[in-house]
Design a protein around this ligand. Structure first.
Ligand SMILES: CC(C)(COP(=O)(O)OP(=O)(O)OC[C@H]1O[C@@H](n2cnc3c(N)ncnc32)[C@H](O)[C@@H]1OP(=O)(O)O)[C@@H](O)C(=O)NCCC(=O)NCCS
Length: 279
């Protein structure tokens, strides 16, 4: 697509993301459930703006929104990763109607992450101001069943290389000479999270970075209602919680990690049911 324009989030214009993370054509129920989580995301954006967050929205020739990209210093990553002097891509998202038209490439170029024609070249003047760029991708996982979730193949085209892996979670890094090698946190077993009153405990970890966490929570409440389990919800905006669990978004059951990503309630219910059946 020609004439892609980029608009940056300045800290005081969080409405810039309206119509992207949540689209007006999404089903009524989704809009209703996720709107409060969208507000939480906007609050989080405002708070994180002063700490190095950068968010850019791609606009088409008529000013229509096409997609967004969001980066933070890796210490503030929305995912369970560890590193230093690296910029972490929290999210890259293009509306499906505009896929394969160069929108994501325009966003990557805007952030000046990759020296053009030389993906493994040295740090750029005017580049990200970090020694590397890191992103968490998934192999084979689908975003709430819809499409490839942060596909590794896309980022590898830009010279990103695998530096760590845990099941389908693949950590990619683009070394611009200066970042230490980042790594994934592994979900930890938590023997102290035992059943209360003899019931199984399902813990749901989420954060404010993405409103779809709200859709996960809604789905889990709906589909796990049929099981005799105690549900607990933990916000991992507090980094200490993320470090305790080795996870920022996902599901635990009786102190054991079941899923280490955002997931639809139906999928979580299927896995919980299997574990209940095993006991
Ligand atoms: C991956 C994604 C960002 C690509 O956006 P896009 O605007 O279609 O990408 P571009 O048009 O700039 O494509 C650049 C290159 O990547 C390739 N590519 C595009 N989508 C790809 C995919 N899903 N897997 C692998 N390669 C892909 C294109 O073919 C193109 O390669 P080429 O230059 O050799 O032709 C987009 O499909 C998307 O948003 N997916 C969902 C991402 C996600 O899970 N976000 C978190 C949830 S909000």
């Amino acid at each position: 697509m020609t004439h892609i324009r980029i608009q940056e989030f300045r800290g005081d214009n969080p409405d810039l993301i309206d119509g992207l993370c949540l689209h007006p054509d999404d089903p009524e129920e989704m809009l209703e459930v996720m709107t409060p989580y969208m507000e939480a995301r906007k609050r989080w954006l405002r708070e994180t703006a002063g700490k190095g967050l950068r968010l850019a929205v791609a606009l088409g020739p008529e000013g229509q929104k096409l997609g967004l990209m969001e980066c933070v210093p890796i210490e503030l990553a929305a995912e369970a990763v560890r590193g230093e002097n690296s910029l972490f891509i929290n999210c890259l998202w293009v509306l499906p109607a505009y896929w394969k038209k160069g929108v994501a490439t325009a966003l990557m170029n805007h952030f000046n992450l990759v020296p053009e024609g030389n993906p493994t070249g040295s740090r750029l003047p005017g580049g990200p101001g970090a020694g590397g760029v890191t992103v968490l991708c998934y192999e084979g996982d689908r975003w709430f069943g819809y499409f490839s979730y942060m596909p590794a193949r896309f980022f590898k085209k830009f010279g990103f290389e695998e530096v760590d892996r845990d099941g389908s979670r693949v950590l990619l890094h683009l070394d611009l000479r200066g970042a230490s090698r980042p790594s994934l946190l592994r979900p930890k077993t938590r023997p102290d999270a035992c059943s209360s009153l003899g019931r199984h405990v399902v813990e749901v970890l989420y954060n404010s970075q993405c409103p779809w966490a709200g859709w996960m929570i809604h789905g889990i409440k709906r589909y796990l209602g049929q099981f005799d389990v105690e549900l607990r919800f933990l916000n991992t905006d507090d980094r200490a919680v993320a470090e305790q669990y080795g996870m920022t978004r996902g599901v635990y059951m009786d102190g054991r990690p079941l899923i280490a990503r955002l997931a639809p309630g139906r999928e979580v219910a299927r896995i919980v049911k299997r574990h209940l059946g095993d006991q």
